[in-house]
Design a protein around this ligand. Structure first.
Ligand code: GLN
Ligand code: ZN
Length: 755
């Protein structure tokens, strides 16, 4: 038997974010559609060529997409919301962008389709919309065009399609309620048509992605797999791909499907491979996802060699591949010249992951481990590196005791002391942290980063911005002020840059959604704070006002979730390390007279494991991490936290567990309705429900804010309510900010005078 390899998809954005740039230029009218299409063509050709050169046997096609691959699937299936279609019902590339963004030339702005996180990654997809009795119709030829394109260029390819059940699962119902599975039959007609068209091109294998198999699905959905695949089989060979976790709990169903191959993710999923080998029919291809598609560490090829070797003799057909699509990985490590070579050798980006697949394939086929040994050896130097291991940190983690997670007194006592100390008016007002990030501020930070100005000058200028922010807040009459975060590029990157244990790439971009890319920091070693991070900026802000200044920190779970993390220690351990570093910062802030500290945790909910059975454990260490960073202060020091979403119903226990004195949340768009949960749950502490949506440039009306506040008071006693926008203001202009906050203040005063 010869082992072959494949990737489950490749990053589409381009090494220099060519796709982002071209799309944005197209949207703003700077380039023509023809130019945009050419960029897409070049990127695909480059990706195919590169993967072939690096030794990939089956080249993926269909992983390229404008904006998002779920949206491409919606286009292909003719599932475009009515409000985004052209008058005659037709669709084109502009329709695709219109659906994603809600704006397009010569048409009114409409509501874009919403966006959701793609399973537990930081990628976001455009949510398909379904209406009762809707029809699907093959409507978009992109996949077939790209297949033809790749065939013309001579590649041996494996087209990728998103499986019908995962597609249905990911969408949401609009209008009258119904069971989404009612749409399956009609949907499968189109899928059959797609598979027939692929077959006509003499394709042998199609990769059909059903990652929902790693979830805990309702019985009805599990049952639907059988009929679905009965209807899809018989045209081309189907490789059913699963990833982001084990599907062992659904294995009984999966092995009965009329498919020809199965891909499982051995990186995120725990499997007993010998057992799997016995269960998977021998005439199937078994594809093992062993190269991690969503982290940046070099793979331990020797380890995988031995694991795979143990089943080789039992199987007729074995493939190896990336665990999931490489979409979630940066593209090329070689161009990262700024990373110390000793550290660089621990990493693999998408190109290097292809090399790993090739090396492992050759090693297995020739039963020769020489080359992979030297590869894996590079990773072993991580384990013993001084940059990684810090005995003091590990000691500190080991010595954590229960009281480290606990405030001195319960909230009921703290709140009395705090009310006495701060003497705020009823409905105290505050903001979430950032003030407008003007071009001046960005330029200034860049100058400093490029060593074009020294620290003294930089500090002076940043302080001027802080001074302006404070002045404006005083003029508005806000009760709790913030310094405005002018020194921060990004809430995670900023802390990563000031903590030990992190490193940064220059080009390690990963697509987050549409044209937006992020460059996550990499956690390489034990994390600690060697000197204060936010102290001087906050102290300066406090020194120029009599009102309390609220310090602004990013919480441990958010820093963890938005970074590439180590795999040699647990997530909990990493979170605790960050939490202890933040605890040091919190205590320094308190000691220098700052008595209100906000620790943002917008990613707390995002970190939830895919399977509900694992939620409890995660939420336990996640909330403990927050408390580890926030609990050691005096009763009179007020801890705030902030989260920018509105789904709390299933994590209310954890929210209570955080025991923050004040939580500020996003509510403006949900019309305060989510406060219902806080009421039902008898949430005991203070809440600042956002009273206007900062994502929109519109100025909120006084009257609307009043209405929201009155509504909020129905759920939460006024003594425990705060007034604030629903997130930071960094993306808004000063003009918008001043008017919006002014209206927020007037509305608050109006309500106050009626109480
Ligand atoms: N303090 C941050 C800000 O105001 C919070 C950002 C966020 O919640 N995503 O910008
Ligand atoms: Zn927010």
């Amino acid at each position: 038997m010869t082992i072959v390899n494949h990737t489950l998809g490749f990053p589409r954005i381009g090494i220099n974010r060519e796709l982002k740039i071209a799309q944005e230029n197209y949207w703003s009218g700077k380039i023509s559609q023809q130019n945009l299409l050419e960029t897409g063509y070049k990127l695909r050709s480059e990706n195919w060529k590169k993967q072939q050169e690096l030794g990939i046997n089956f080249i993926p096609v269909g992983d390229f997409s404008w904006y998002d691959h779920v949206l491409t699937t919606s286009m292909m299936l003719g599932n475009v919301p009515l409000r985004h279609q052209n008058h005659d019902g037709s669709i084109n590339l502009d329709t695709l962008f219109y659906t994603a963004r809600g704006v397009t030339p010569n048409k009114p702005s409409v509501l874009a389709s919403s966006m959701m996180k793609w399973f537990n990654t930081n990628y976001h997809y455009i949510v398909p919309e379904f209406i009762k009795n809707q029809n699907f119709k093959l409507s978009w030829s992109q996949l077939f065009d790209e297949i033809d394109e790749a065939l013309k260029q001579g590649y041996k390819i494996k087209p990728i399609i998103l499986g019908p059940l995962t597609y249905l699962w990911l969408g949401k119902i609009k209008g009258a309620k119904f069971n989404k599975l009612e749409l399956l039959e009609n949907l499968l007609n189109v899928y059959q048509e797609i598979l027939i068209k692929i077959k006509l091109r003499n394709i042998e294998w199609v990769q059909i992605d059903e990652p929902i198999l790693s979830l805990e699905l309702p019985q009805q959905w599990i049952k639907s797999f059988k009929i679905t695949y009965l209807l899809l089989t018989g045209h081309v060979k189907l490789l059913l791909t699963t990833y982001f976790g084990s599907i062992y709990h659904n294995f009984d169903t999966v092995i009965q499907l009329p498919i020809q191959g199965l891909h499982i993710d051995l990186v995120d999923g725990k499997y007993n491979l010998n057992q799997i080998n016995k269960m998977v029919p021998n005439d199937w291809i078994l594809s093992l996802g062993v190269i991690n598609g969503r982290n940046i560490w070099k793979s331990d090829l020797l380890y995988w060699f031995h694991i795979i070797q143990s089943i080789i003799k039992y199987r007729t057909n074995l493939w190896i591949g990336s665990s999931c699509s490489l979409l979630h990985s940066p593209i090329d490590l070689d161009i990262e010249n700024a990373i110390d070579t000793k550290i660089k050798q621990w990493f693999s980006f998408a190109y290097q992951k292809c090399i790993e697949l090739n090396l492992l394939t050759i090693a297995l086929n020739n039963n020769d481990t020489d080359k992979i040994k030297s590869w894996s050896n590079k990773l072993y130097t991580h384990k013993y590196s001084e940059q990684v291991n810090n005995y003091h940190i590990q000691e500190r983690i080991n010595n954590i005791i229960t009281s480290d997670f606990k405030r001195q007194s319960p909230y009921s006592i703290r709140s009395i002391k705090q009310k006495k100390k701060f003497n705020f008016p009823i409905l105290p007002t505050t903001t979430i942290g950032s003030f407008p990030q003007t071009n001046d501020i960005r330029k200034l930070r860049l100058q400093y980063k490029n060593n074009n100005i020294n620290f003294q000058d930089y500090q002076k200028k940043i302080n001027q911005h802080i001074q302006y922010n404070i002045q404006q807040q005083e003029l508005l009459g806000i009760d709790v002020l913030v310094h405005g975060e002018p020194e921060r590029n990004d809430m995670v990157e900023y802390f990563g840059e000031h903590l030990n244990g992190f490193i940064f790439t220059s080009f390690g971009w990963v697509q987050s959604y549409g044209s937006r890319c992020v460059k996550p920091p990499i956690i390489i070693g034990d994390i600690y704070r060697s000197k204060p991070i936010t102290l001087n900026w906050t102290k300066y802000a406090q020194s120029i006002t009599k009102k309390p200044v609220k310090a602004m920190l990013t919480g441990p779970i958010t820093i963890l979730s938005w970074s590439f993390i180590r795999e040699d220690i647990s997530k909990k351990n990493i979170a605790y390390q960050i939490a202890l570093s933040l605890q040091d910062e919190v205590l320094d802030l308190e000691a220098s007279g700052i008595s209100i500290i906000q620790i943002d945790e917008p990613a707390l909910r995002e970190g939830l494991p895919l399977r509900q059975s694992k939620w409890k454990k995660y939420l336990s260490w996640a909330t403990k991490s927050f408390r580890l960073s926030s609990s050691q202060v005096q009763d009179t020091t007020q801890i705030h936290t902030h989260m920018c979403y509105s789904e709390f119903n299933d994590i209310m226990n954890a929210i209570v567990e955080l025991d923050a004195d004040v939580i500020t949340i996003e509510t403006a768009r949900s019309d305060m309705e989510l406060l219902e949960f806080f009421k039902t749950f008898q949430y005991p502490n203070e809440i600042g429900p956002g009273v206007y949506d900062i994502h929109s440039p519109n100025i909120p009306k006084i009257h609307n804010i009043e209405k929201l506040l009155i509504k909020a008071m129905r759920y939460i006693p006024v003594q425990r309510l705060w007034v604030n926008p629903d997130c930071g203001l960094k993306t808004r202009t000063w003009k918008e900010t001043k008017y919006a906050l002014k209206n927020m203040m007037i509305a608050t005063q109006n309500i106050r005078s009626h109480i």
